[in-house]
Design a protein around this ligand. Structure first.
Ligand code: ZN
Length: 307
């Protein structure tokens, strides 16, 4: 069940409420999965399967300059090797441009967007939050970013894992970017439109996206769609406090021997896997983890040092 069109002017009705659990994992193809992204993939998978839900994979390939050739297929091969088998066809954001443009057009017709010429450096000088300088300038779209007129400013919500989450009003109220100066679609636009398109009911992901969630909630409200439930698992960080990432050479995980890192990821998520799991097959480990999945046992921390 997918929305073929995201129509922000249609009236809401009860059939819009999502009755089936539909979760997703949405990596960007800027490298293969590493231990940090395995944690997010595993958590979203287990949360879905524990509730007999569907689990989809979406490749967020809307930033060609950061894309690494072959990364998408490497990610999918790793998920398979780790027993994280997805339902339905993999969605590639690079195939969704017409839908994003259509939503931008609808927002423009409702005067919910405007063009902005401010540079990153100018915004940084003003404290890192854009102050709305271009709101009434009627700038052309060429070589300018498109911003969302954020009338909602949702600044708190109840996270499935972290509990009540509160962020600064100034951040929550910012007119955030929907397309960049170079014309590429921004993350906030693509992720919300695709979660609506795929009828996603639950988003389980890493705490690096905890704060932007408030913007996504504002965007949902303005679009007139029910937002999914959000839950954020702790980030694995280095001793220096850096997120384990493709950029800081986090260890790639071994497709030929998945069990040790799978069990380590379960421990990281507070799931207390018993020692006998080391003698289990990947499928048996995933089965145990699905049956025993407990969000209450996930540490309520935004970051955990992993070394
Ligand atoms: Zn501006």
């Amino acid at each position: 069940m997918i929305h073929n069109k995201v129509n922000i002017t249609r009236p809401l009705n009860l059939s819009d409420s999502i009755t089936q659990y539909r979760g997703r994992f949405a990596p960007s193809p800027s490298g293969n999965l590493h231990f940090g992204s395995l944690i997010a993939a595993l958590a979203s998978y287990l949360h879905a399967k524990h509730q007999q839900g569907l689990w989809l994979v979406r490749i967020e390939d809307i930033d060609p300059p950061r894309e690494i050739i072959g990364a998408s297929s490497a990610i999918l091969a790793t998920l398979d090797a780790y027993g994280l088998h997805w339902d339905e066809t993999v969605l590639y954001q690079s195939q969704q441009s017409d839908l994003y443009r259509d939503v931008l057009q609808q927002l423009a017709e409702k005067e919910l967007t405007y063009c902005c010429q401010c540079t990153r450096a100018q915004i940084k000088v003003q404290g890192g939050i854009y102050q709305g300088q271009c709101q009434e300038l009627n700038l052309p779209s060429k070589n300018n970013a498109i911003r969302f007129r954020n009338h909602q400013g949702i600044f708190h919500y109840n996270d499935l894992i972290q509990g009540e989450y509160l962020t600064q009003l100034e951040f929550a109220q910012e007119d955030f970017i929907l397309t960049r100066k170079d014309g590429l679609f921004a993350y906030q636009l693509a992720v919300v439109v695709d979660d609506i398109y795929q009828n996603i009911s639950h988003v389980i992901r890493g705490c690096d996206l905890l704060e932007p969630t408030v913007r996504q909630l504002s965007f949902y409200q303005q679009l007139g769609y029910q937002a999914p439930e959000f839950g954020h698992v702790p980030l694995a960080v280095t001793e220096q406090g850096f997120k384990l990432s493709k950029q800081n050479k986090a260890p790639e995980i071994d497709n030929t021997n998945p069990s040790p890192s799978l069990i380590l990821a379960l421990k990281f998520l507070g799931q207390n896997p018993p020692d006998e799991l080391y003698s289990y097959s990947v499928e048996q480990i995933i089965r145990w983890a699905t049956d025993n999945w407990s969000t209450d046992d996930i540490p309520k921390k935004h970051e955990i040092t992993f070394s």
